[in-house]
Design a protein around this ligand. Structure first.
Ligand code: PLP
Length: 453
């Protein structure tokens, strides 16, 4: 029986230790891994993926509750995406960005139509970090100002400006390559920086803090405020009521460009095309990547408002990328829009989130004292784990000495042993399965988490 196809196109069976050894050896010998000490890594060799599952070479099956870095919104090997890429490769595999091509134009049109009122065009990038780099560059040229305000507890990517925008420890060792970035706190009611007692109070005080930051930095020096519409890796922080609207109002008042980073939250993850749409705000720039084509071909972009587009109507935009709007990525992006409509993905995400995930997670919180808070939207949820509900001390993966701390890792290991690949981040078990997941698989995964806790 064929379990998977190897690099040479040969049919293989699980348990083929030669194939596994070769994959592991080449990786160990030649691949330099991100965010890791090279001597310590031991990545899982993956033989194949299909739908919401993937398999290692021994045939161990994993239910993917991480969507591979919250990326694979339509699951592994979706036939519609695979076909679109194959067809495009057969028609025209690549063409340089200064020339027009049909799929890039079609994808830009669909993105504009599904984003915000007043959206005018799309600049395509290779992924999320460079989308944020370019959004900031556009805002700077548009306003003639240099500073950019970004939130703590955010991830915006790993290139120079993007890592500086990032408001969490991954920035520390990388310094601040972009001197114009200033950080501020956003709402986080469970660990309020503002001593707020209600979500409404959190909104009011977070907006006051932002207003003070703007005043102290100088409103006329600030080009943009960038924020994840729903914070992803740093905790699935859904904005408190009125917060995004308040940020919009401050941006309007001070002539600041509002950039929504939708790299993780966009393309259906929260049950909307883009997460900001649930809050009735109109950004000036929106960055996206990942879900635009489920990461089948690297692709990201910036959706640009009419006003910013017009800044560059008669003046050249100083920037570009060889692979901007790559036809293979764009073809998969167009197919993504078709599949979302055919399979009613947004409706499914809302339904499964409200009817299956949220009630079950709230039930788990009743049962397991290690759950401090449950929060999320659509198929984008976090269980914030704590040592003690009273003190809210986080159940972190590492202790103060940097040693792996047993309880959190034990939960993650128990999930993996039981065949669930979770999205573990900080002291949170985050839940972000492919959006095509069936109710049955969703329940299976939640049962495993219950058991692991
Ligand atoms: N912005 C957000 C919100 C992200 O979650 C990520 C990646 O996880 C990025 C930007 C960076 O995207 P990329 O890794 O494609 O550069």
């Amino acid at each position: 029986m064929t379990d998977f196809i190897d690099l040479n196109g040969a049919e293989q069976s699980f348990g083929d230790t030669d194939a596994q050894r070769e994959v592991r050896q080449n990786d160990r010998d030649y691949v330099f891994h991100s965010w890791s000490a090279q001597a310590q890594i031991n990545p899982l060799p993956v033989a194949k993926g299909e739908g919401v599952r993937f398999w290692d070479y021994d045939g161990k099956e994993y239910l993917d509750f991480s969507s591979q870095l919250v990326n694979l919104n339509l699951g592994h090997q979706h036939p519609g995406l695979v076909k679109a890429i194959q067809d495009q490769a057969g028609r025209m595999a690549t063409i340089q960005p200064a020339m027009a091509n049909d799929v890039r134009g079609e994808l830009a049109k669909r993105v504009v139509e599904h984003s915000f009122e007043g959206a005018r065009s799309v600049f395509f990038t290779n992924g999320g970090a460079d989308a944020n780099e370019y959004a900031v560059r556009m805002a700077r040229h548009h306003t003639g100002r240099q500073k950019v305000l970004a939130r703590y507890r955010s991830y915006h990517g790993s290139t120079a400006t993007a890592i500086t925008l990032t408001g969490e420890p991954r920035r520390w060792a990388n310094g601040t390559p972009d001197a114009g970035v200033v950080h501020f706190f956003g709402p986080y009611p469970y660990r309020s920086e503002f001593y707020a007692e209600t979500p409404e109070q959190e909104t009011e005080r977070a907006l006051q803090h932002l207003e003070h930051t703007i005043q102290l930095e100088g409103p006329n020096t600030i080009a943009a405020i960038i924020l994840e519409s729903v914070t992803g890796t740093n905790g699935i922080l859904v904005p408190t009521p009125g917060y995004l609207e308040g940020v919009r109002e401050l941006c309007d008042r001070h002539g600041i460009v509002m950039i929504c980073d939708e790299v993780m939250a966009g393309f259906g993850r929260t049950g909307e095309w883009f997460a900001f749409q649930a809050f009735g705000v109109t950004p000036d720039l929106v960055t996206f990547a990942k879900g635009v084509n489920s990461g089948y071909v690297p692709l990201g972009g910036v959706v640009i408002s009419e006003a910013i587009h017009n800044t560059f109507a008669d003046r050249s935009f100083p920037g570009g990328l060889t692979y901007s709007g790559h036809p293979l990525g764009a073809a998969a992006g167009v197919a993504t829009f078709d599949i979302f409509e055919e399979e009613q993905i947004l409706e499914r995400v809302r339904d499964l989130g409200e009817r299956v995930v949220e009630p079950r997670l709230r039930e788990l919180a009743e049962k397991h004292p290690s759950i401090g808070e449950v929060r999320g939207k659509g198929l984008f949820w976090a269980l914030e784990l704590v040592l003690d509900r009273e003190t809210r001390d986080p159940l972190v993966p590492f202790n103060a000495a940097g040693e792996a701390a047993a309880p959190f890792n034990a939960v993650v290991a128990a999930c993996k042993n039981a065949g669930l690949w979770p999205f573990a981040a900080g002291n949170r078990l985050q839940i972000a399965p492919p959006l095509i997941i069936s109710e049955e698989d969703l329940v299976t995964g939640l049962d495993i988490i219950d058991e692991a806790l």
